[in-house]
Design a protein around this ligand. Structure first.
Ligand code: 6PG
Length: 237
């Protein structure tokens, strides 16, 4: 384990061990939240990295019926689309024991994220925040959630004084339009994880944390340098 100010990194030699360790840790936190408050709230990322973690977490024994799960961001596509993060969560996390959890999607079925924004915002506003855990991922371009380089609402999304809970996001490398929780909303959490794989992303994270070269401008840097919530990185090759 290595620690740098606000960022602690757990490195694993096997990715299955990484997924299992994070699943156990999150399950423990959800159990503790249920014991203490009777409810638990979790926000997760989409993309390809969390699949094994979702599979493991879905088999953890806890009172899932009292757990609410939402997304840190969503691609604005139907929930039947292969690129839908909701679909990923439905098919990999809301299975087995976790099938009883309540899922709160960001996608509303409106034609564009701007049109669905108020409804998505109301869904997040209705959650009993703070989150118990937020699990972020990271792209090779240094984006996290839908904080993409060149994103049309990037500055607003990263502005910790901005009260917006959700924002639409369009960016050259984002594929489809997106919707994302704002950084200040993501930081309304009792714990914050960054699940990443591969040496390229490990190096990118180190550069972003230190503000070296091009990584100085990577959006993930805003997560690594904030001081509100400690960041725990789970890494495997
Ligand atoms: C999304 C995500 C996004 C993701 C990274 C990493 O919807 O794309 O939530 O922020 O975490 O793009 O994606 P991979 O796990 O596929 O590398």
């Amino acid at each position: 384990m290595t620690s740098h100010l606000n960022v602690t990194t757990h490195s694993f030699t096997e990715c299955q061990a990484q997924a299992a360790a994070l699943a156990e840790r999150i399950a423990e936190q959800l159990r503790a939240a249920l014991a203490k408050r009777g409810t638990a709230v979790l926000a997760v990322s989409g993309g390809s990295t969390p699949k094994d973690f979702f599979g493991r977490l879905s088999r953890e024994k806890l009172d899932w019926a009292r757990v609410q799960i939402t997304l840190v961001d969503e691609r604005w596509v139907a929930d039947t689309d292969e690129r839908s993060n909701a679909r990923l969560v439905q098919t990999t996390l809301l299975q087995h024991a976790a099938a009883a959890a309540q899922f709160i999607p960001l996608y509303t079925g409106d034609a564009a994220p701007e049109a669905g924004l108020a409804r998505a915002d109301a869904r997040i506003a209705a959650l009993p925040l703070p989150f118990d855990a937020v699990v972020l991922g990271m792209g090779d371009d240094g984006h996290t959630a839908s904080f993409f380089p060149g994103g049309d609402h990037l500055a607003e999304a990263l502005d910790l004084d901005n009260r917006a809970r959700v924002l639409p996001m369009r960016a050259p490398d984002a594929g489809e339009p997106r919707i994302t929780l704002s950084l200040s909303t993501l930081l309304e959490t009792r714990s914050l994880y960054l699940l990443v794989t591969g040496e390229k992303k490990r190096d990118l994270l180190a550069d972003a944390r230190l503000g070296l070269g091009a990584a100085r401008d990577y959006p993930v840097r805003a997560v690594l340098t904030q001081q509100r919530v400690p960041v725990v990185v789970y890494w495997c090759p």
